[in-house]
Design a protein around this ligand. Structure first.
Ligand code: ZN
Length: 375
């Protein structure tokens, strides 16, 4: 088939999208050079030594938490989104380690019903206190609106930009909660492939550093929005908590996790599917990026997995071919896309017209336009 010429023979990245170029042998930059990096993706080099050190720290952290169990009502906070990973982590912390965590959910206003349904089902089976922080919905909405209307990069994807900005606000809100309650440890269930920014622990200097994005000082944001972000000065004489991502060092197998939470009836069968629990804004961001760059941003992640295990290439190629037209045409979580655009005051047509303007100024415009029609 003609389109095979434009897809890397080794992975599945497409020539001309996200700045990818195929060489004369049909191999992409990342496959040719393992240290190749762009603003969207680079291979985080995780050595066995790093994993070992992390695991050692994790084991001693558990011991420390055990020795302090009498001191505080809660042993830690578990960031709880209702997705499969945070559900499994909550279960493990309670059942395997015997801790009493506080489950904390940040409601951005863009969380799908399935995630809330999962929380309800899980909390019938696990006895933990759970709070939903929903006071920052308007800040999240404005943040998303800003990212969607000011996206103008020729390489950085909106999905990437969005998840980074949103993640900082989510982390900030959880840190504030932990500080108010004097809880020293925060756990998030980031999976082993979510390592682009952090491995095992968010560095203390980053937590203590200002998490506010520069655009938050613009006039569309208020002092109230800015105050959502954590700054250590707000909590004098308090110790900043540690934020640990245990799945980066303990055994993690996606199928085992799904099997665990479904067999324990923590969630209904099928509700562990990430596509059902990831937030609506992501669906809209993927719609934007696919039409803007001519390829699915997730392909960068799929490609990395293929480089680690070439036997899965065919499976991911099929996934790519199936998802690409759906996302391009806005049919993938269509209600989520429409919900997001309506809330941030954009129409599909308006968004696509912005996208076309940007493609016209992109040096790769011919390839991007070609790629849009590949599948
Ligand atoms: Zn490649």
């Amino acid at each position: 088939m003609i389109h095979e010429h434009y897809i890397c023979k080794n992975c599945i990245l497409i020539d001309g999208s996200f700045g990818i170029k195929l060489n004369s042998e049909g191999i992409c930059n990342y496959c040719e050079n393992p240290t190749y990096r762009t603003t969207n993706w680079w291979k985080t080099q995780i050595t066995e030594k790093m994993k070992e050190t992390g695991l050692k720290d994790w084991n001693s952290t558990i011991e420390l938490m055990r020795s302090r169990q009498e001191e505080n009502k809660y042993d830690c906070i578990v960031g709880y989104s209702g997705g499969k990973d945070s559900t499994a982590l909550l279960y493990t912390v309670v059942h395997d380690y015997g801790f009493n965590p506080l489950a904390v959910t940040i409601d951005s206003g863009f969380i799908p019903d399935t995630a809330f349904e999962n929380m309800k089902d899980t909390l019938k089976k696990i006895s933990v206190d759970h709070i939903i922080i929903d006071g920052a919905k308007e800040t999240f909405r404005k943040l998303y609106q800003w990212v969607f209307t000011n996206q103008d990069s020729n390489d950085l994807t909106l999905t990437r930009n969005l998840c980074d900005s949103c993640g900082d606000l989510v982390h900030s809100l959880v840190v504030r909660e932990a500080m108010e309650r004097e809880i020293a440890i925060i756990l998030f269930g980031y999976s082993p492939d979510e390592i682009r920014r952090y491995f095992y622990e968010i560095p203390q200097h980053e937590i203590e550093h200002d998490w506010k994005p520069s655009f938050i000082n613009r006039e569309s944001f208020t002092e109230e929005d800015r105050k959502r972000y954590f700054t250590p000065e707000d909590f004098e004489n308090h110790t900043v908590p540690r934020i640990i991502l245990p799945y980066h060092v303990i055994d993690y197998n996606e199928e085992d996790i799904i099997q665990l939470i479904e067999s324990k009836n923590l969630v209904k069968k099928g509700n562990s599917n990430t596509l059902k629990t990831s937030c609506h804004v992501i669906a809209a961001a993927l719609f934007y990026d696919l039409n803007r760059f001519g390829a699915l941003p997730y392909a960068l992640q799929f490609a990395e997995l293929i480089r680690q295990d070439p036997s899965i290439r065919k499976k991911w190629l099929i996934t790519l071919k199936r998802l690409t037209p759906m996302i391009r045409d806005g049919k993938f979580n269509e209600s989520g896309v429409n919900f997001t655009l309506e809330k941030i005051g954009l129409s599909k047509e308006g968004l696509l017209s912005n996208v076309r303007k940007q493609i016209n100024q992109d040096p790769n415009r011919e390839k991007i336009t070609r790629n849009l029609g590949l599948f």
